[in-house]
Design a protein around this ligand. Structure first.
Ligand SMILES: [Fe+2]
Length: 508
């Protein structure tokens, strides 16, 4: 023991002056103007995610004053809000190597149980978070489904509205948790929200800063504190229209794509309460009521998008969005599911869609499954041959709300075999950020006319999708906020629609 002490003292004696100064370098972040002082050092709040029946991930971020510090953080989880009965507690340490984020996978919990949790570090206690483990035998389940939150386009009011709903079991985030652009490249800076850092994010430092900024939005702060989240990335967590080997918004002068992807991935795992494994795709079981299969349609195996149906690779039989390994895994998950509802956490639209009325230059969206026709055909055949019923795709990316009876073939009688529900954006632009409401409504009506399997479309509002499941039926409600241009607003229900177990058509 003595010799260890001597070594430690010796080490300090021989530490040079400049190293000493470096050791106590003040930790400053460009996002510090957005900090709320009374939350110090837990400015970024608390969050939980990837709940299972017996475990959940708890998350926070500590912001120390000394950038070289190793910070000891104690966590506690309890069934009571005043922590009178602590179920588990322990300590972990964090440092600059993981951007001072903290992630704990708390195990041996009870199913369907509400828990309260908090952290202590640097002599301060964090806010108290609330979370819930998944149920084993639920009678019903309520999912709040979100995607596409862009800082410059607006305040994350839909997140805040979900935080006020105590009956939500889990928030499902289908991607575009952040956007990669520099100031004014994609957004409405007239409302005074400017990206940090100013430039497009490329390095690990950049991605970390952007997450830091987003987590300082009140809506994201509140939803993270109140509900567990199951998240999956889409393209903007890396760069626009990303695929395994590149991205539309990654140019050669921005460096090696593999390096950028690794930076984006590391920051994502640091800042999102997610269980880390080799594959991002994964399944969550809600007993006999539902299985939720979360797909990775970006990095697992996606080949580059084509930009024309005349591209010779377009109809190639081996063309893939999911990659061979994930495709086979997906088939086995579908086939082996014993649950009534098979919910597919999907990033881009699955259903065949003529998008000509919305995007006259682009009647086919090549970034969606329509851009990978052979793979979609194989999936449809698999679902039909195996008589897989009660399949609901939940989808993000479109910045608009859609209810679709997923067709086998749009060219003939479309005869649906599944349901697809598309959630709108939290704040990213849709139709009426560019055109007057009446023009957008006319385009929506045209879309429904040329796509008879499309039963509802709203390309004007921002909000979220509430999906309530029981053994008998699935109910989808699209909730919209009045505005994302102001930090405070109201909400209203835009549409409610139901599908009964065994049916592939919405109730009239
Ligand atoms: Fe998006």
């Amino acid at each position: 023991m003595k010799s260890i002490l001597f070594f430690a003292v010796g080490f300090f004696l021989f530490t040079s002056c400049s190293e000493k100064e470096k050791k106590h370098e003040k930790f400053t972040e460009e996002t510090s103007s957005l900090y709320h002082g009374d939350l110090k050092p837990f400015y970024h709040g608390v969050a939980s995610g990837d709940p299972l029946q017996d475990r959940v991930i708890l998350w926070t971020r500590v912001t120390p004053e000394d950038s070289s510090a190793t910070v000891n953080v104690t966590w506690e989880i309890s069934t009571s809000p005043n922590f009178s009965s602590i179920v588990k507690s322990d300590s972990v340490s964090t440092s600059a190597s993981r951007d001072f984020t903290v992630k704990v996978d708390v195990t041996e919990l009870s199913p369907s149980t509400k828990y309260f949790y908090r952290f202590t570090a640097l002599g301060q206690i964090s806010e108290t978070g609330e979370t819930k483990t998944l149920p084993q035998k639920p009678d019903s389940l309520k999912l709040a489904v979100v995607s596409c939150a862009n800082w410059e386009w607006g305040f994350f009011n839909p997140y805040e509205k979900i935080s006020l709903r105590p009956d939500v079991d889990v928030v499902v985030h289908l991607g575009d948790f952040i956007y990669e652009y520099g100031i004014g490249k994609y957004g409405d800076t007239t409302i005074g929200r400017f990206n940090i850092p100013k430039h497009e994010i490329i390095s690990l430092k950049d991605y970390r800063l952007r997450y830091s900024q987003y987590r300082l939005d009140k809506g994201l702060h509140d939803i993270s504190m109140k509900h567990p989240m199951i998240a999956i990335w889409d393209d903007h967590e890396i760069a626009n229209n990303s695929y395994a080997g590149g991205a539309q918004n990654h140019q050669p002068n921005e460096g090696d794509y593999e390096k950028r992807k690794a930076a984006a991935r590391k920051a994502y795992y640091e800042w999102i309460p997610i269980r880390e494994s080799e594959n991002h795709y994964r399944t969550f079981s809600f007993g006999k009521l539902a299985d939720m299969i979360m797909l990775d349609e970006r990095l697992a195996g996606r080949q580059k998008q084509v930009d024309s149906i005349r591209d010779p690779s377009f109809q190639n039989e081996n063309r893939t969005m999911l990659g061979k390994e994930q495709f086979e895994w997906f088939e086995s998950q579908l086939k082996n599911s014993q649950a009534t509802w098979k919910i597919i956490g999907n990033q881009v639209i699955f259903s065949d869609m003529n998008t000509q009325p919305l995007y006259s230059q682009m009647p086919t969206n090549f970034d969606s499954l329509d851009g990978y026709p052979a793979e979609k055909r194989k999936l449809k055949n698999f679902i039909l041959q195996n008589k897989i019923k009660d399949l609901i795709f939940i989808t993000g990316d479109a910045h608009s709300s859609w209810a679709i009876e997923v067709p086998i073939d749009t060219k003939k009688n479309y005869s649906p075999f599944a349901i697809e529900l598309v959630t709108t954006s939290v704040s990213s632009a849709n139709g009426n950020e560019k055109y007057p409401d009446e023009t957008v409504k006319a385009k929506e009506a045209e879309m429904i006319k040329v796509n008879p399997h499309l039963k509802y479309l709203n390309n004007r509002d921002h909000g979220y999708l509430l999906l309530t499941l029981t053994q008998q039926k699935a109910k989808a409600e699209w909730w919209f906020v009045n505005t994302v241009r102001l930090p405070e607003t109201g909400e209203f229900m835009g549409k409610s629609i139901e599908v009964r177990k065994g049916s592939v058509k919405f109730n009239p």
